[in-house]
Ligand binder design. Structure first.
Ligand code: NAP
Length: 273
């Protein structure tokens, strides 16, 4: 348990909820992987504002997770944060088992985990780098989707649900001269979105994708260019970068009943790029 941070939720204070009588929370529950910062954090706040119990997941930055948990609690959302590497079986199991134990239900999974490496051309990439991106960005989405489907599928006694995958516009452009390995991992996520949507459509589960463009988060610093959006924003038809909150709105819509006839769809949130 020492690699977990679980902060008690406020669920015992919910009207009518008695943990001694029921282990299932009354509110809908969302898991946001990679939810402690950036797009994931904005998404977690939006779900909290709309009455969801929220589980955020992160890999290493406990301070960011604690800051977000304080914010979510101030919105009166039952919330937990789970430190777990969801690119591995063990971390994925711990994440979903924690939600089972704390909330007893799962309605929405937002597969938001993603990393990139320093900008580089293909000729300078090696297997260690490429495999790290594949495992972190692709395996994680597959493992978490599998666990969500097990819990949501009406064929397994679940109540259905929605999965939203986050993949960048780079999946379309390929990000030449910067990180085509990262872009390719995200192309794989678009394929997952389409294939899984068809596979589980009859099981009460909708699977959709959101494809952000240039969004103001820490990710660009991880790629070695913190001001990357300033360099590129003139190429965006709307002539600016986007905010994490603008992406969160698209994620929330695709997760909600308001998009009830959409599955296998991928929504670009990229200012027209
Ligand atoms: P970010 O600010 O860099 O945050 C990444 C989050 O993912 C953090 O919470 C991080 O936790 C977590 N994480 C990374 N690997 C993990 C793992 N194996 N297990 C658990 N958590 C993990 O990212 P962002 O910019 O908000 O991006 C979110 C998603 O949107 C990514 O999938 C990204 O590819 C996509 N996207 C971003 C942009 C953009 O311009 N920012 C554009 C298009 C698409 P720690 O902090 O603890 O490591």
């Amino acid at each position: 348990m020492d690699n977990w941070l679980i902060v008690p939720s406020g669920k015992t204070s919910l009207p009518g909820f008695n943990p001694l009588l029921s282990s299932v929370i009354q509110q809908p529950v969302v898991i946001v992987t990679g939810g402690s910062r950036g797009i994931g954090a904005a998404t977690a706040k939006l779900f909290a504002d709309n009455g969801y119990a929220v589980c955020i997941n992160y890999k290493s930055d406990g301070a960011a997770a604690e800051t977000l948990l304080s914010d979510l609690k101030s919105r009166e959302a039952p919330c937990i944060a789970i430190k777990a590497d969801v690119s591995a079986e063990e971390g994925t199991s711990k994440l979903f088992e924690a939600v089972d134990a704390e909330f007893g239900r799962l309605d929405v999974l937002v597969n938001n985990v993603g990393i990139l490496k320093t900008q580089s051309k293909l000729v300078d990439m090696n297997a260690d780098r490429i495999n790290a991106l594949l495992i972190n960005n692709v395996t994680s989405h597959f493992l978490c989707s599998r666990e969500a489907v097990k819990r949501m599928s009406t064929q397994s006694g679940g109540a259905g649900g929605t999965i939203v995958n986050v993949s960048p516009g780079a999946a379309r452009t390929g990000s030449p001269n910067e990180y085509i390995d990262y872009a390719a991992t995200k192309g794989a996520i678009d394929t997952l979105t389409r294939g899984l949507a068809m596979e589980v459509a009859a099981e009460g589960i909708r699977v959709n994708g959101v494809r952000p463009g240039l969004i103001y988060t820490d990710m660009h610093a991880d790629g070695g260019e913190p001001d990357r959006i300033e360099r590129l924003k003139s190429k965006v038809p709307l002539n600016r970068g986007g905010q994490p909150e603008e992406v969160a709105q698209a994620i929330f819509w695709l997760a909600s009943d308001k998009s009830s006839f959409s599955t296998g769809s991928i929504l670009d949130v990229s200012g027209g790029l």
